[in-house]
Design a binder for this molecule. Structure first.
Ligand code: CA
Length: 227
């Protein structure tokens, strides 16, 4: 899942970016308001974290433009301006939630996960496929009750696939949801992660089927597995 952080405080932005990357999100950072709308038109984001005090324009203006353009991406306002009037203005303009600085990273992560799930119409954090149970909130995957020792990228790929189980997910989409703009990706990175997931699932678990030229489908099992 890809997230856009709009924040001009470089140190704070770095902290948020690294904490959300550790949670397995692909994260892009933008320090000014002007580029937000063009970016949202070009990329699909699961969430925008929006600071109100930006150098070129207010976050409220940016938010108004996003909604006027008909873009429905969930927006979480993150700001030092914790006044009630500001919260009301933000929510009236179409923000989905509000977080006052300073905040606990754990609270930020919890709110981000909840908003991303809600934005996808999946408020329940538990997703299942065959005997595999994935808790999107705690980022824990269990197979037949046993916790799988997955790393963050593997969890991110699993989340992309299992939330669309039975549907094709293209490789480009996986790359977009798992890696930020500034991250180096080797050409076969996705294949490598998918292969690792298959090893973790073993023979009894769900299958990740490769559809040549199209992408991957996660299934409960029983069909032919691709190369
Ligand atoms: Ca600011």
């Amino acid at each position: 899942m890809r997230i856009l952080i709009v924040e001009d405080d470089a140190a704070l932005a770095r902290g948020i970016v690294s904490s959300l990357r550790l949670c397995g999100f692909a994260v892009d950072h933008e320090a000014s308001g002007a580029e937000v709308l063009p970016l949202l038109r070009q990329e699909t984001y699961a969430l925008v974290l929006l600071d109100l005090g930006l150098p070129d324009r207010s976050g409220f203006e940016v938010l108004r433009d996003i909604r006027r353009a008909g873009i429905t991406v969930p927006v979480l306002i993150v700001t030092a301006r914790a006044a009630v009037a500001d919260r009301v203005t933000g929510l009236d303009l179409g923000a989905d939630d509000y977080l006052a600085k300073p905040f606990d990273p754990a609270e930020l992560e919890a709110r981000v996960r909840a908003l991303v799930r809600r934005g996808q119409g999946q408020p329940d954090p538990i997703v299942t496929c065959a005997d595999l149970v994935f808790d999107r909130s705690g980022q824990i995957a269990t197979l037949g009750g046993r916790v799988l020792p997955l790393r963050k990228r593997e969890l991110a790929i699993l989340e992309s696939l299992i939330t669309r189980a039975g549907r094709v997910v293209s490789k480009d989409r996986l790359v977009a949801e798992v890696f930020g703009f500034d991250e180096e990706i080797s050409p076969n990175a996705i294949e490598v992660y998918v292969a690792r997931l298959r090893r973790h699932f073993g023979a009894g678990g769900p299958r990740i089927v490769t559809l040549r030229g199209l992408g991957y489908v996660m299934e409960a099992g029983g069909s032919e597995e691709g190369p």
